[in-house]
Design a binder for this molecule. Structure first.
Ligand SMILES: Cc1cc2nc3c(=O)[nH]c(=O)nc-3n(C[C@H](O)[C@H](O)[C@H](O)COP(=O)(O)O)c2cc1C
Length: 304
């Protein structure tokens, strides 16, 4: 038997595989396909202070080895999350982390304050990186001072695990990672989607109603991996890696680059049981390579 458990700060995960926000609903939608309790954690859909309808359709487009989305944080708002959704998912035997977004610092704080009042919510993932909302979102994650301000403000009101999710749409991701670490993040997750666009040459029109959207899937993996490696080398808090992970070997690459855990996103749309297959594949790898614990892989990239 190999030990798959990892710690992200004070959070204990039975294995390093979590599902990424916006790609796995609230977990219940996937119950027919996989045993939710077999995962290390679920990051639920982006939650905001007030309900949001999201952007107009079309808001998804396929690209080679990936997809563009401009969903725009469609959700029922934090009150509906706490009153209607949380009671249905709180009994899952896994770490359920609530992804929090907002347009203003006040909205982030108000949402985090309400979630802090629900004692069995173990942590939040602060999305300061969404490229698909007009105001806010990515705006917070692309400047050092606003990344610091929003992290600090939420840190002051949320006493449990605070994971901060970074945008890759920056010149120097390490700079931003250090700011949020200083401001009190317990862990850092990366990456969110890359700003991209697609055009239909026949109609000469953009494929997304918002013209630009967020690129995800295998096509972003090499850039995401590079960013995870740079950030893991520069901060002391645990790093959670994602971006195009579609197999156990992809996941292991992120662990070797320094991630303590990983998230699976777009791959859930292609194969709804992929995250469980990745857990099994990591266990097989450990046996094949004579490791006792998955923690031996974290940051174990061989450089000479
Ligand atoms: C349809 C869709 C919706 C998403 N919604 C959110 C969201 O609400 N909050 C968030 O932080 N990230 C969101 N993301 C970003 C993913 O969580 C993830 O960071 C990104 O897709 C990269 O991972 P992947 O290549 O494995 O998909 C969304 C991604 C997709 C494709």
């Amino acid at each position: 038997m190999v030990d798959l458990s990892v710690n992200i700060g004070d959070l204990n995960l039975k294995n390093p595989v979590m599902t990424a926000s916006g790609t796995f609903g609230y977990g219940v939608e996937y119950q027919d396909f996989i045993d939710i309790n077999s995962l290390g954690g679920i990051i639920v859909k982006g939650t905001t202070g007030s309900p949001r309808e999201g952007n107009p359709y079309p808001r998804m487009a396929e690209t080679p080895q990936g997809m563009l989305n401009a969903v725009g944080l469609q959700n029922k708002g934090v009150d509906a999350f706490i009153n209607e959704i949380w009671p249905k998912i709180r009994t899952f035997d896994t770490n359920i982390i609530v992804n929090v977004s907002g347009s203003t610092i006040e909205e982030y704080v108000e949402t985090a304050e309400k979630l802090a009042l629900v004692p069995d919510i173990v942590g939040i993932e602060l999305n300061i990186s969404c490229p698909n909302v007009k105001e806010g979102g990515m705006a917070f994650g692309t400047s050092c001072s606003s990344a610091r301000q929003v992290t600090r403000a939420v840190r002051n009101v949320f006493p449990r695990h605070l994971m901060v999710k970074l945008s890759p749409n920056v010149t120097d991701i390490v700079e931003i990672a250090k700011e949020v670490e200083d401001a009190g993040a317990d862990s850092i997750s990366l990456v969110n989607t890359f700003l991209g666009m697609a055009i239909d040459a026949e109609t000469r029109r953009p494929l997304l109603s918002t013209i630009t959207g967020g690129l995800s899937g295998p096509c972003i993996k090499p850039i995401a991996l590079r960013m995870v490696w740079q950030v893991a080398d520069a901060v002391k808090v645990p790093v959670v890696g994602m971006g195009g992970i579609s197999s156990a070997s992809d996941a292991i690459e992120f662990l070797l680059a320094g991630a303590s855990a990983i998230q699976v996103g777009t791959a859930n749309f292609i194969n709804p049981s992929i995250s469980q297959e990745i857990v099994n594949g990591i266990a097989d790898y450990l046996v094949r390579h004579n490791f006792n614990s998955v923690t031996e892989l974290i940051g174990a990239l061989e450089l000479d």
